[in-house]
Ligand binder design. Structure first.
Ligand code: ADP
Ligand code: MG
Length: 258
Protein backbone atom coordinates (compact mmCIF):
# COMPACT_ATOMS: atom_id res chain seq x y z
CA UNK A 1 0.00 0.00 0.00
CA UNK A 2 1.08 3.57 -0.69
CA UNK A 3 0.85 6.33 1.85
CA UNK A 4 -1.37 9.34 1.13
CA UNK A 5 0.57 11.98 -0.71
CA UNK A 6 2.68 9.39 -2.47
CA UNK A 7 2.33 10.20 -6.19
CA UNK A 8 2.01 6.45 -6.79
CA UNK A 9 -1.35 6.34 -5.04
CA UNK A 10 -2.90 8.86 -7.43
CA UNK A 11 -2.94 6.53 -10.42
CA UNK A 12 -2.56 2.85 -11.02
CA UNK A 13 0.34 1.74 -13.21
CA UNK A 14 0.57 -1.51 -15.11
CA UNK A 15 4.34 -1.56 -14.58
CA UNK A 16 6.68 0.14 -12.13
CA UNK A 17 10.33 -0.90 -11.92
CA UNK A 18 12.69 0.46 -9.32
CA UNK A 19 16.45 -0.08 -9.05
CA UNK A 20 16.33 -3.47 -10.71
CA UNK A 21 19.65 -5.30 -10.39
CA UNK A 22 20.48 -8.67 -11.88
CA UNK A 23 23.68 -10.56 -12.49
CA UNK A 24 24.48 -13.96 -13.88
CA UNK A 25 26.91 -16.35 -12.20
CA UNK A 26 29.90 -17.24 -14.30
CA UNK A 27 32.00 -19.67 -12.30
CA UNK A 28 32.85 -17.83 -9.12
CA UNK A 29 32.19 -14.38 -10.61
CA UNK A 30 28.88 -12.53 -10.83
CA UNK A 31 28.53 -10.76 -14.18
CA UNK A 32 26.23 -7.74 -13.86
CA UNK A 33 23.54 -7.52 -16.55
CA UNK A 34 21.04 -5.03 -15.12
CA UNK A 35 22.53 -2.40 -12.84
CA UNK A 36 19.68 -0.36 -11.40
CA UNK A 37 16.89 -0.04 -13.96
CA UNK A 38 14.06 2.34 -13.00
CA UNK A 39 11.03 3.31 -15.07
CA UNK A 40 7.24 3.42 -15.06
CA UNK A 41 4.82 2.49 -17.83
CA UNK A 42 1.37 4.08 -17.96
CA UNK A 43 -1.91 2.49 -18.97
CA UNK A 44 -2.31 2.42 -22.74
CA UNK A 45 1.32 3.41 -23.28
CA UNK A 46 3.42 1.90 -26.08
CA UNK A 47 7.10 1.94 -25.10
CA UNK A 48 9.98 0.90 -27.35
CA UNK A 49 13.05 -0.42 -25.57
CA UNK A 50 16.20 -0.03 -27.66
CA UNK A 51 19.79 -0.89 -26.94
CA UNK A 52 22.81 -2.63 -28.45
CA UNK A 53 23.03 -6.39 -28.46
CA UNK A 54 23.96 -7.63 -24.98
CA UNK A 55 22.70 -4.50 -23.22
CA UNK A 56 20.23 -6.58 -21.17
CA UNK A 57 16.93 -6.02 -23.02
CA UNK A 58 15.82 -9.66 -23.04
CA UNK A 59 16.95 -10.12 -19.45
CA UNK A 60 14.85 -7.13 -18.40
CA UNK A 61 11.76 -8.56 -20.12
CA UNK A 62 12.38 -11.99 -18.60
CA UNK A 63 12.66 -10.43 -15.13
CA UNK A 64 9.38 -8.56 -15.62
CA UNK A 65 7.69 -11.73 -16.84
CA UNK A 66 9.03 -13.67 -13.87
CA UNK A 67 10.85 -16.09 -16.16
CA UNK A 68 14.02 -15.33 -14.26
CA UNK A 69 14.68 -13.83 -10.84
CA UNK A 70 16.50 -10.62 -9.92
CA UNK A 71 19.04 -9.79 -7.21
CA UNK A 72 17.48 -6.61 -5.85
CA UNK A 73 15.03 -3.86 -6.66
CA UNK A 74 11.27 -4.03 -7.17
CA UNK A 75 8.88 -4.91 -9.93
CA UNK A 76 5.24 -3.85 -9.48
CA UNK A 77 2.56 -5.16 -11.85
CA UNK A 78 -0.73 -3.28 -11.56
CA UNK A 79 0.45 -1.86 -8.26
CA UNK A 80 1.24 -5.25 -6.79
CA UNK A 81 4.82 -5.90 -5.73
CA UNK A 82 5.68 -9.15 -7.51
CA UNK A 83 9.36 -9.36 -6.52
CA UNK A 84 9.82 -12.23 -4.14
CA UNK A 85 6.31 -13.64 -4.49
CA UNK A 86 6.06 -17.43 -4.37
CA UNK A 87 6.24 -19.13 -7.80
CA UNK A 88 2.61 -20.27 -7.76
CA UNK A 89 1.30 -16.76 -7.22
CA UNK A 90 3.73 -15.40 -9.84
CA UNK A 91 2.49 -17.91 -12.41
CA UNK A 92 -1.10 -16.91 -11.67
CA UNK A 93 -0.33 -13.20 -12.10
CA UNK A 94 1.68 -13.85 -15.23
CA UNK A 95 -1.14 -15.80 -16.85
CA UNK A 96 -3.75 -13.16 -16.09
CA UNK A 97 -1.88 -9.93 -16.58
CA UNK A 98 0.97 -10.55 -19.02
CA UNK A 99 1.21 -11.38 -22.67
CA UNK A 100 4.65 -12.34 -23.94
CA UNK A 101 5.58 -12.27 -27.62
CA UNK A 102 8.95 -13.90 -28.25
CA UNK A 103 11.13 -13.51 -31.29
CA UNK A 104 10.92 -17.24 -31.86
CA UNK A 105 7.20 -17.86 -31.88
CA UNK A 106 7.26 -20.76 -29.38
CA UNK A 107 4.20 -22.37 -30.95
CA UNK A 108 3.47 -26.03 -30.22
CA UNK A 109 3.78 -27.88 -33.55
CA UNK A 110 1.31 -30.64 -32.68
CA UNK A 111 -1.52 -28.30 -31.74
CA UNK A 112 -3.55 -26.47 -34.34
CA UNK A 113 -3.56 -22.67 -34.45
CA UNK A 114 -6.77 -22.32 -32.42
CA UNK A 115 -5.45 -24.56 -29.62
CA UNK A 116 -2.12 -22.74 -29.59
CA UNK A 117 -3.92 -19.42 -29.17
CA UNK A 118 -6.23 -20.73 -26.44
CA UNK A 119 -3.59 -22.62 -24.45
CA UNK A 120 -2.64 -19.88 -21.93
CA UNK A 121 -6.30 -19.04 -21.20
CA UNK A 122 -7.15 -22.72 -20.67
CA UNK A 123 -4.00 -23.25 -18.59
CA UNK A 124 -5.17 -20.41 -16.34
CA UNK A 125 -8.45 -22.29 -15.86
CA UNK A 126 -10.43 -19.55 -17.61
CA UNK A 127 -13.00 -19.79 -20.38
CA UNK A 128 -12.15 -18.76 -23.92
CA UNK A 129 -14.17 -15.80 -25.19
CA UNK A 130 -14.96 -17.28 -28.60
CA UNK A 131 -16.26 -14.02 -30.08
CA UNK A 132 -13.14 -12.16 -28.96
CA UNK A 133 -10.92 -14.93 -30.36
CA UNK A 134 -12.74 -14.62 -33.68
CA UNK A 135 -12.33 -10.83 -33.75
CA UNK A 136 -8.61 -11.02 -32.93
CA UNK A 137 -8.10 -13.70 -35.59
CA UNK A 138 -9.92 -11.60 -38.16
CA UNK A 139 -8.00 -8.48 -37.24
CA UNK A 140 -4.72 -10.37 -37.59
CA UNK A 141 -5.80 -12.05 -40.82
CA UNK A 142 -5.54 -15.63 -39.53
CA UNK A 143 -9.27 -16.44 -39.15
CA UNK A 144 -9.03 -18.97 -42.00
CA UNK A 145 -5.97 -20.65 -40.46
CA UNK A 146 -7.39 -21.69 -37.08
CA UNK A 147 -7.59 -25.41 -37.93
CA UNK A 148 -4.12 -25.57 -39.47
CA UNK A 149 -0.89 -26.61 -37.79
CA UNK A 150 1.75 -23.90 -37.23
CA UNK A 151 4.10 -25.76 -39.60
CA UNK A 152 1.73 -25.04 -42.51
CA UNK A 153 1.98 -21.28 -41.95
CA UNK A 154 4.50 -18.69 -43.13
CA UNK A 155 6.77 -16.95 -40.62
CA UNK A 156 4.60 -13.84 -40.65
CA UNK A 157 1.46 -15.88 -40.06
CA UNK A 158 3.09 -17.79 -37.20
CA UNK A 159 4.08 -14.51 -35.59
CA UNK A 160 0.46 -13.33 -35.84
CA UNK A 161 -0.65 -16.55 -34.11
CA UNK A 162 1.82 -15.80 -31.32
CA UNK A 163 0.35 -12.30 -31.07
CA UNK A 164 -3.21 -13.63 -30.92
CA UNK A 165 -2.10 -15.96 -28.14
CA UNK A 166 -0.68 -13.02 -26.20
CA UNK A 167 -3.82 -10.89 -26.74
CA UNK A 168 -6.58 -13.40 -25.97
CA UNK A 169 -6.30 -13.19 -22.15
CA UNK A 170 -6.64 -9.37 -22.49
CA UNK A 171 -3.45 -8.80 -20.48
CA UNK A 172 -2.83 -5.35 -19.02
CA UNK A 173 0.80 -5.59 -20.13
CA UNK A 174 2.27 -7.02 -23.31
CA UNK A 175 6.00 -7.73 -23.47
CA UNK A 176 7.41 -8.21 -26.96
CA UNK A 177 11.05 -9.20 -27.52
CA UNK A 178 12.07 -8.22 -31.06
CA UNK A 179 8.74 -9.48 -32.45
CA UNK A 180 9.53 -8.14 -35.91
CA UNK A 181 12.99 -9.74 -35.96
CA UNK A 182 12.01 -12.52 -38.34
CA UNK A 183 9.48 -10.58 -40.42
CA UNK A 184 9.89 -8.68 -43.66
CA UNK A 185 9.49 -4.94 -43.23
CA UNK A 186 5.90 -4.87 -44.52
CA UNK A 187 4.75 -7.59 -42.06
CA UNK A 188 6.73 -5.84 -39.34
CA UNK A 189 4.92 -2.56 -39.92
CA UNK A 190 1.55 -4.38 -39.99
CA UNK A 191 2.37 -6.03 -36.66
CA UNK A 192 3.20 -2.62 -35.18
CA UNK A 193 -0.10 -1.25 -36.43
CA UNK A 194 -1.93 -4.10 -34.66
CA UNK A 195 -0.05 -3.52 -31.42
CA UNK A 196 -0.71 0.20 -31.55
CA UNK A 197 -4.43 -0.55 -31.92
CA UNK A 198 -4.28 -2.70 -28.78
CA UNK A 199 -2.95 0.27 -26.84
CA UNK A 200 -5.57 2.62 -28.24
CA UNK A 201 -8.61 0.32 -28.20
CA UNK A 202 -7.98 -1.88 -25.17
CA UNK A 203 -5.81 0.49 -23.10
CA UNK A 204 -3.17 -2.20 -22.98
CA UNK A 205 0.43 -1.31 -22.25
CA UNK A 206 3.21 -2.52 -24.51
CA UNK A 207 6.91 -2.80 -23.84
CA UNK A 208 8.56 -3.75 -27.12
CA UNK A 209 12.23 -4.46 -27.71
CA UNK A 210 13.52 -3.53 -31.12
CA UNK A 211 16.67 -2.60 -33.02
CA UNK A 212 14.69 -0.94 -35.79
CA UNK A 213 13.92 2.77 -35.81
CA UNK A 214 10.98 2.17 -38.16
CA UNK A 215 9.46 -0.14 -35.53
CA UNK A 216 10.21 2.12 -32.55
CA UNK A 217 8.50 4.94 -34.43
CA UNK A 218 5.14 3.31 -33.60
CA UNK A 219 5.76 3.76 -29.87
CA UNK A 220 4.99 6.85 -27.80
CA UNK A 221 8.29 6.78 -25.97
CA UNK A 222 11.74 5.28 -26.51
CA UNK A 223 13.82 3.98 -23.61
CA UNK A 224 17.51 3.40 -24.32
CA UNK A 225 19.38 0.69 -22.47
CA UNK A 226 23.18 0.44 -22.45
CA UNK A 227 25.20 -1.99 -20.32
CA UNK A 228 22.19 -2.74 -18.15
CA UNK A 229 21.24 0.86 -17.39
CA UNK A 230 18.73 3.22 -18.95
CA UNK A 231 20.92 5.99 -20.35
CA UNK A 232 18.09 8.12 -21.69
CA UNK A 233 14.62 8.32 -23.13
CA UNK A 234 12.67 10.53 -25.48
CA UNK A 235 9.09 10.90 -26.68
CA UNK A 236 8.14 9.98 -30.22
CA UNK A 237 6.69 13.32 -31.22
CA UNK A 238 4.45 13.77 -34.28
CA UNK A 239 6.51 14.36 -37.37
CA UNK A 240 9.58 12.54 -36.04
CA UNK A 241 11.06 10.43 -38.83
CA UNK A 242 12.77 7.05 -38.48
CA UNK A 243 16.00 8.85 -39.36
CA UNK A 244 15.45 11.41 -36.56
CA UNK A 245 14.68 8.61 -34.13
CA UNK A 246 17.83 6.69 -35.08
CA UNK A 247 19.88 9.87 -34.65
CA UNK A 248 18.49 10.54 -31.16
CA UNK A 249 19.12 6.93 -30.21
CA UNK A 250 22.71 7.06 -31.47
CA UNK A 251 23.32 10.34 -29.72
CA UNK A 252 22.22 8.87 -26.37
CA UNK A 253 24.35 5.75 -26.88
CA UNK A 254 27.45 7.68 -27.96
CA UNK A 255 27.12 10.25 -25.19
CA UNK A 256 26.71 7.56 -22.54
CA UNK A 257 29.57 5.46 -23.90
CA UNK A 258 32.08 8.34 -23.75
P1 ADP B 1 20.04 -8.24 -25.24
O1 ADP B 1 18.68 -8.85 -25.25
O2 ADP B 1 20.02 -6.76 -25.01
O3 ADP B 1 20.85 -8.58 -26.44
P2 ADP B 1 20.54 -10.06 -23.04
O4 ADP B 1 19.60 -9.65 -21.97
O5 ADP B 1 20.16 -11.25 -23.84
O6 ADP B 1 20.84 -8.81 -23.97
O7 ADP B 1 21.95 -10.34 -22.42
C1 ADP B 1 22.65 -9.39 -21.64
C2 ADP B 1 23.92 -10.00 -21.13
O8 ADP B 1 23.62 -11.03 -20.22
C3 ADP B 1 24.78 -10.59 -22.22
O9 ADP B 1 26.12 -10.27 -21.93
C4 ADP B 1 24.53 -12.06 -22.09
O10 ADP B 1 25.66 -12.79 -22.48
C5 ADP B 1 24.26 -12.24 -20.63
N1 ADP B 1 23.34 -13.35 -20.35
C6 ADP B 1 22.05 -13.44 -20.79
N2 ADP B 1 21.47 -14.57 -20.35
C7 ADP B 1 22.41 -15.24 -19.63
C8 ADP B 1 22.45 -16.47 -18.91
N3 ADP B 1 21.37 -17.28 -18.84
N4 ADP B 1 23.59 -16.80 -18.28
C9 ADP B 1 24.68 -16.01 -18.32
N5 ADP B 1 24.71 -14.83 -18.98
C10 ADP B 1 23.60 -14.45 -19.62
MG1 MG C 1 17.65 -10.00 -26.68
Amino acid sequence: HHSPGDPMSAQSHPLVIRDLVKSFRQGAAAVPVLSGVTFTACRGEFIALMGPSGSGKSTLLHCIAGLTGHDSGQIHLNDELVSGLPDRRLTEIRRKQLGFIFQSFNLLPNLNVRDNICLPVLAAGAKVDAAFLQSIAERLGIADKLSRRPGDLSGGEQQRVAIARALLPRPALILADEPTGSLDSHSGQELCRQLQRCCADEQQTILLVTHEAAVALWAQRVLVLLDGAIVGEFPVTPGLSALDLAARYNELICTAAK
